[in-house]
Design a protein around this ligand. Structure first.
Ligand SMILES: *[C@@H]1O[C@H](CO)[C@@H](O)[C@H](O)[C@H]1NC(C)=O
Ligand SMILES: *[C@@H]1O[C@H](CO)[C@@H](O)[C@H](O)[C@H]1NC(C)=O
Length: 329
């Protein structure tokens, strides 16, 4: 069988889709004589099926899956994306557009569309990022040059490379170094949260991650202003009200990132090497999302585990000052 006829047989046939369930039964093999197509898409295209399409963590797993699929299939540039699910637009679409060449919705096609080079992006649930939440995946982060010189199948540079790809997508130079002049001081980023609905489709209840976030921030601010050993800039950011580019930039400029367990911390995937992460984990959210990212990126990670939703400011300050000492501050 020559390559073309084989390609024709595996080509995915998509009709206008109105719902996920319709799609489930809509993929089938078409014999070459029945095969006809008026619209052809020549360029490499990722077919992506989103599930929790408005949830930041799950969307990161979709982005990562798309990135890895492009890498393992050796695409020379960012592929186009076609959503083969029934979902709508979200504010995360801004980032989809920055990360990939274009975004289209299969449900919006008015007839059959054929792809010369279609790549089925694995579901976010199939990525190590999701599976690592419940399975023990022995793997640590290393830089690509280090692994190239000393290959080690227990180490990965993929997550760091993905972080660089995000930085690149927002026009932030990939090898930009943190400006750490004595004069400008050390940046500590406090990632603030808003009580929010992590899974809007499920109509769940609004969740709070840290009941006294403001009190913790105010105490840190006061402590930092009296810290004589070195100059510290404590930066307060509510990511929910910032563009993705501003969020990535804030992460990059930080030497230490503090935050309660929540979506904003997903951005540590774009943090520069040697950034230290301090996560405040309430009793209700003991899940290793950010410990894993830190591990797979080779970042130093610390956690303060709360008995409930309240964090004692002095415990946070103690932990932070211990971290700062290791940074010579
Ligand atoms: C769907 O198609 C219509 C008409 O072609 C276009 O105006 C609209 O922007 C498309 N919507 C999406 C989400 O691509
Ligand atoms: C850091 O946080 C933990 C709670 O997770 C606490 O037990 C500890 O005393 C704190 N301080 C230091 C210096 O580690």
């Amino acid at each position: 069988m020559n390559k073309n006829s084989w390609l024709l047989k595996i080509v995915v046939f998509l009709f206008a889709l109105n719902s996920l369930s319709l799609y489930e039964g809509a993929d089938r093999v078409v014999p070459s004589k029945e095969f006809q197509c008026s619209v052809w898409i020549e360029e490499p295209t990722l077919l992506v099926k989103r599930f929790e399409y408005a949830n930041v963590f799950h969307t990161f797993t979709d982005w990562y899956s798309g990135y890895v699929a492009s890498r393992v299939t050796g695409l020379p540039s960012r592929p186009h994306v076609v959503f083969v699910d029934g979902h709508c637009r979200t504010q995360l679409e801004e980032t989809w557009k920055a990360l990939f060449s274009s975004i289209r919705y299969a449900k919006n096609f008015s007839g059959p569309v054929c792809f010369r080079h279609a790549i089925m992006s694995p579901l976010g649930y199939e990525t190590a990022w999701f599976k690592g939440l419940t399975e023990d995946i022995a793997c640590e982060g290393a830089s690509a040059p280090e692994l190239w010189q000393h290959p080690d199948d227990k180490k990965t540079a993929r997550l760091s490379e993905f972080g660089e790809m995000i930085r690149g997508a927002f026009g932030i130079p990939v090898h930009r170094q943190r400006i750490e002049k004595q004069a400008s001081g050390l940046n500590i980023l406090f990632v603030r949260h808003e009580d929010y609905l992590p899974h809007p489709r499920h109509g769940g209840k609004v969740e709070s991650r840290l009941s006294n976030e403001q009190e913790v921030f105010d105490a840190l601010k006061c402590w930092v202003s009296n810290h004589k050993e070195c100059k510290i800039n404590l930066v307060n950011r509510l990511f929910a009200h910032m563009s993705m580019k501003e969020q990535v930039r804030a992460i990059q400029d930080a030497s230490v990132i503090i935050g309660a367990h929540g979506a904003g911390l997903m951005h540590i995937v774009s943090a520069l090497p040697k950034t230290v992460v301090l996560e405040i984990i309430s009793s209700q959210y003991r899940r290793p999302h950010f410990a894993l990212i830190a591990q797979w990126k080779g970042l130093e990670y610390h956690a303060i585990s709360l008995a409930g939703l309240y964090a004692s400011p002095s415990v946070v300050i103690d932990n932070l000052s211990r971290i700062l000492r290791t940074l010579g501050c």
